[in-house]
Design a protein around this ligand. Structure first.
Ligand SMILES: NC(=O)C1=CN([C@@H]2O[C@H](COP(=O)(O)OP(=O)(O)OC[C@H]3O[C@@H](n4cnc5c(N)ncnc54)[C@H](O)[C@@H]3O)[C@@H](O)[C@H]2O)C=CC1
Ligand SMILES: Cc1cc2nc3c(=O)[nH]c(=O)nc-3n(C[C@H](O)[C@H](O)[C@H](O)COP(=O)(O)O)c2cc1C
Length: 179
């Protein structure tokens, strides 16, 4: 078989200018497909929640997730003071809910958009989430504009049916099975 492979570098980006670097980074990140979650909290500092793609697995011993939270977000004080959060993994049916939790909407309106329960920490658990990881924040690291939160999982609830919600190219997609 005579196969020809070619590699093209379309654009070399000067990263010296922080504004250009930031824009180019965001444009590049928009090409990285990511699962969409709603991260919630509740406790002495009140109830809060936000849409998040910056969530990933760290270790299974003890089960630990990482969540990156913008320090300027309205939810930041509540999450940090409560010290608990729940990562609710969204299904393809949750596009509108993700938009509701994606910024600027008052907190009561966000939570009025769905049904919630609790597991172990008291953080709101989305009734029809694909998976909910109920967590305690055990450590944090400085990520500049963001706090990097290491979260130990106290309880997990999951359901087997449903497809994941993916954010790619600044739009929502269904995570259907690839052929
Ligand atoms: N990690 C984060 O803090 C994220 C924040 N957002 C926020 O949601 C809004 C809508 O986002 P898009 O429509 O995707 O357009 P966008 O052009 O602002 O973002 C494109 C991609 O860049 C990344 N990104 C955006 N803002 C970031 C930030 N402050 N720090 C680190 N990475 C960031 C994300 O992967 C995002 O999908 C924006 O205000 C954006 O800042 C969105 C996704 C992730
Ligand atoms: C698809 C999507 C993913 C997001 N992911 C994150 C994230 O991982 N971390 C974060 O701090 N903000 C993320 N945001 C932004 C927050 O959800 C929220 O909109 C932002 O912090 C401002 O909220 P505020 O109006 O309550 O301050 C994301 C927004 C969208 C729409």
């Amino acid at each position: 078989m005579n196969m020809k492979t070619s590699v093209a570098i379309e654009k070399a980006v000067p990263v010296a200018d922080p504004d250009i670097a930031r824009t180019e980074f965001r444009n590049a990140m928009a090409r990285m497909a990511a699962a969409v979650n709603i991260v919630t909290t509740n406790g002495p500092a009140g109830i809060a929640g936000f849409a998040a793609t910056a969530v990933c697995s760290v270790t299974d011993n003890p089960p630990t997730l990482l969540v990156c939270l913008n320090r300027g977000a309205s939810v930041h004080p509540a999450v940090m003071q409560n010290g608990v959060l729940c990562v609710n993994v969204l299904s393809e049916a949750h596009q509108d809910l993700s938009r509701l939790f994606g910024g600027k909407t008052p907190v009561a309106e966000r939570f009025a958009g769905a049904s919630w329960s609790e597991l172990s920490t008291g953080a709101p658990v989305l009734e029809d989430a694909l998976v909910s990881f109920d967590c305690r924040i055990v450590r944090q690291a400085d990520g500049g504009t963001h706090d990097i939160l290491l979260c130990e999982v106290d309880a997990i609830r999951q359901r087997d049916e449903g497809q994941g919600l993916i954010y790619f190219d600044r739009t929502y997609h269904s995570a259907g099975r690839a052929e």
